[in-house]
Design a protein around this ligand. Structure first.
Ligand code: NAD
Length: 476
């Protein structure tokens, strides 16, 4: 089947007539094709978005926009299983994770539907004779470059917020994972989406993605992906002064102190690295353990790693395949170049029935990894956890902050004062105490610092990011 672009509520082939193959990561087989868009397709989509912004969509009353987003959220929820099946086959996500992602995209639309008519400005005290107030206005046409690891979730948090703020959107999904987003567009159109409010062009990053970032008709760019590409996108957007939100991944620490509730921590530590086969920007990929409990925690976690089953997405394993052959090769190379100083403490099991052509990498627990080792510094984007011992709180903070990233962190301790100290000292956009991820929370602002990027998505912060403030001063 050939999937077309979604522009102005119509399905359109790429103008050059080209397509790209779509592979199933569980068996490596091609099963569909997508449009290979170029700059001309992006231009058509940006023009469609502009006329929506200046037309019916831009004029829609906030309460009506809210009702529309709510209808979309309920339609997404009703078709959750179908969305999950598409996402699972396209990305290799185990079905239970895909179902959670499908519920999450619906929840983002629900949350932002409720926020549309609560995005107030301010009145500002000023000398007698003036009335001064601010209005939050949409940027206009927003560009969204989405990666392959969580297409539904990242679409929900970025496009849901941008639409709620009143922008018209042009989306470039990752070439490896487009299909669920095309389905979302179909669902949104059936729920009453006005023509041009949402447009999706599939294709390669260096073609369609680059064309979107550099298009002068784009007023804001939201990018999630690698730091290298993020830098290029920010450069391209800077040429036409479009603000950018960059979400670029991390090397997030989980810090376990000797007074922690280890029984509660262990399953969470495991899940934080095997979820989505470790292809999660906020994966808890460095495990800092206080020396007094180091051997015990590594030993017990090793048992959990050994019990994991890696296999085909449809079989709902603990760990599915990686997204593609390139990513598979990259993770294997990183592991084989680990060097003699690093110990493989445990590895998971590969399901003997896993199809031969799939891109499988079993979960790996590495112990005694020096904090400055390249495996403890670089984002692996696979199910590989580096255990690192530490002695004091100061040392834990130094190691935790000792990478160029700063996206998420977990701290496990029963000591209330230490919880507060660590929350302040760890350089990270989110800090979780005695949990990791707070069950996803669409309400919770998310984003990083340093090489993890800048700007915030999720929660009300995303709405602020997708709007700009106008000050009105009236002299009377
Ligand atoms: P990438 O950054 O190349 O791709 C992300 C998105 O950007 C995709 O939609 C892609 O088509 C697009 N893109 C690529 N080149 C572009 C360009 N020049 N201009 C505009 N858009 C462009 O990521 P990748 O190659 O798919 O993965 C490589 C690494 O990126 C991974 O190993 C991982 O470390 C990281 N990554 C991080 C996240 C995250 O959530 N933070 C997601 C995916 C990948």
């Amino acid at each position: 089947m050939i999937h077309k672009n979604f522009i102005a509520n119509q399905w359109m082939s790429a103008l050059a007539g080209q397509t790209l193959p779509v592979y199933d990561p569980s068996n490596g087989e091609m099963f569909a094709e997508i449009a290979r868009s170029g700059s001309a397709d992006i231009d058509v989509a940006v023009r469609a978005a502009r006329s929506a912004y200046e037309g019916e969509w831009g004029r829609m009353a906030p309460a009506d926009r809210s009702r529309l987003l709510w209808r979309i959220s309920q339609a997404l929820l009703a078709q959750r299983d179908e969305l999950a099946a598409i996402e699972s086959k396209d990305t290799g996500k185990p079905m239970k994770q895909a179902r959670a992602d499908a519920a999450a995209v619906a929840r983002y639309f629900e949350f932002y539907a409720g926020a549309v008519d609560k995005l107030h400005g301010q009145t500002i005290p000023y000398p007698d004779g003036y009335t001064v107030f601010t209005v939050r206005e949409p940027h206009g046409v927003t560009g969204h470059i989405v990666p392959w690891n969580y297409p539904l979730q990242i679409f929900g948090r970025s496009v849901g917020a941008a639409l709620a703020a009143g922008n018209a959107c042009v989306v470039k999904p990752a070439e490896d994972a487009c299909l669920s987003l095309l389905k979302v567009a179909e669902i949104a159109m059936a729920a009453g989406l006005p023509s041009g409010a949402l447009n999706i062009c599939t294709g390669l990053g260096i073609e369609a993605g680059a064309a979107l970032a550099e298009h002068a008709g784009i007023d804001h760019v939201s990018f999630t992906g690698s730091p290298q590409t993020g830098r290029q996108v920010a450069h391209a957007a800077a040429a036409h002064f479009a603000p950018v939100t960059l979400e670029l991944g991390g090397k997030s620490p989980q810090i376990v102190f000797s007074d922690a509730d280890i029984d509660a921590a262990l399953p969470v530590l495991l899940n934080a690295i095997i979820q989505n086969a470790g292809q999660t920007c906020s994966a808890g990929s460095r495990l800092l353990i206080q020396r007094a409990i180091y051997a015990d925690v590594v030993g017990r976690l090793s048992e959990l790693f050994r019990a994991t089953r890696t296999g085909a997405a449809a079989d709902d394993p603990d760990c599915g395949p990686l997204i593609n052959a390139k990513q598979h090769e990259r993770v294997r190379k990183l592991l084989s170049g680990a060097g003699s100083g690093v110990t493989v403490a445990a590895e998971g099991m590969l399901d003997p029935n896993a199809p031969k052509g799939g891109f499988y990498q079993v979960p790996v627990l590495l112990s005694d990894v020096p904090p400055d080792h390249h495996l403890a510094q670089e984002e692996i984007f696979g199910p590989v956890l580096c255990a690192i011992p530490f002695d004091t709180e100061e040392e834990a903070v130094r190691i935790a902050n000792g990478t160029p990233y700063g996206l998420a962190a977990g701290v496990w301790t029963q000591d209330g004062a230490r919880q507060l100290r660590m929350a302040r000292k760890v350089r990270s956009g989110q800090v979780f105490i005695n949990n990791y991820g707070a069950a996803g929370g669409v309400e919770l602002p998310f984003g990083g610092s340093g090489q993890s990027g800048y700007g915030r998505e999720k929660g009300f912060e995303a709405l602020y990011g997708f709007t700009t403030v106008k000050t009105v001063a009236i002299k009377h």
